[in-house]
Design a protein around this ligand. Structure first.
Ligand SMILES: [Zn+2]
Length: 325
């Protein structure tokens, strides 16, 4: 993990490995400080606090969660007594979406026999992601701490005269998606609206909405964007995400017309310039999302996680690329 200053008063802590759950955190170091997203586990959250601690005068009293996924909220408990701010839906959905027990149980099952054999036979993708998560994280001791302040469309913080705008943009990647804009410093903390140099994993929301929100970020004209995952960028990061989503939607549409399933389509679609991004087989999730739209299905239909990871695994195997989530 590394600390990076991105403007006079804004900072980022980046997880450079950039695999699943390697989420970034942000800091607006004014008015008592605001931390944006709190990492995937307690060791990473502690390291984030240590790195930001090099520049802040003391533990911030405010935290923003950009959405409800575990990799952005599982360090909340280390900010005791802080105001935790998020969109209304984040507080509603977090207990289900970010229940740490599901991940803890999967890792336990992967770690001992005979459940490991069973997992290997029935859900090889779930076993593979569990092994990867075991290498990178330690999910012990996580207790869910929910947002204490929720908002609907917008929420403005005044930090010693510098405004910080929380803008609700969901659902595009996930229901509660929020971006954090610091106009004076020309910085946007984009949450998982932007994945950089890694393949996006979107859950709820439509392509149309996601593309529209990427346009909004470009329109805000930031000098610096801190993505939810991957290195810091300028607006080219938003443009690349747009190009990826447009490419996958178009390719998926062609395959849909040929009667292929999402898995068959994902095997067939050329990774093109995105082969060099981390976890390219996560393509499957974006194809599946496109298919939901082509079939006029709900964009918030639930995902079978084990089956999804199996499909990502199968796509990696079919393409002859390393299995990476
Ligand atoms: Zn994330």
């Amino acid at each position: 993990m590394k600390l990076q200053q991105v403007s006079d008063n804004c900072f980022a802590v980046l997880n450079e490995r950039n695999r699943v759950c390697d989420a970034n955190s942000g800091l607006v170091n004014l008015g008592g400080g605001v931390v944006i997203d709190t990492q995937s586990d307690l060791p990473h959250a502690r390291r984030m606090i240590e790195l930001f601690g090099k520049v802040w005068p003391g533990m911030p009293k405010r935290v923003v969660n950009t959405h409800e996924d575990g990799d952005h909220v599982w360090g909340n408990q280390l900010f005791e007594g802080a105001e935790i701010i998020a969109h209304r839906t984040v507080r509603e959905l977090m207990p289900k979406v970010a229940d740490p027990r599901e991940t803890q149980q999967l890792l336990k099952a992967a770690g001992r026999l005979p459940s490991r054999w069973l997992l290997k036979a029935v859900h090889p993708g779930a076993l593979a992601i569990a092994r990867q998560l075991q290498e990178d994280f330690d999910f012990d001791g996580i207790e869910l701490v929910l947002p204490t302040t929720v908002f609907e469309e917008r929420h403005v913080l005044d930090l010693d005269g510098t405004e910080v705008h929380l803008i609700y943009v969901g659902p595009c990647h996930q229901t509660g998606d929020t971006i954090v804009h610091v106009p004076n410093e020309r910085v946007v903390f984009a949450g998982d609206v932007i994945f950089r140099e890694c393949t996006p994993m979107g859950w709820n929301g439509s392509y149309e909405k996601w593309l529209r929100i990427l346009d909004l970020i470009i329109w805000l004209d930031p000098e610096v964007i801190v993505p939810g995952h991957g290195p810091v960028c300028g607006i080219e990061g938003a443009m690349e995400m747009k190009a990826y989503l447009e490419y996958v939607r178009e390719e998926s549409n062609r395959c849909f017309g040929q009667g292929l399933t999402p898995l068959e389509a994902s095997r067939k679609i050329d990774l093109g310039p995105y082969a060099g991004w981390h976890s390219p087989a996560r393509l499957y999730m974006n194809v599946e999302r496109a298919y939901r739209e082509f079939r006029n299905e709900a964009t918030d239909a639930p995902w079978d996680h084990a089956k999804t990871f199996d499909a990502v695994y199968a796509v990696a195997k079919a393409k002859g690329i390393p299995v990476e989530f």
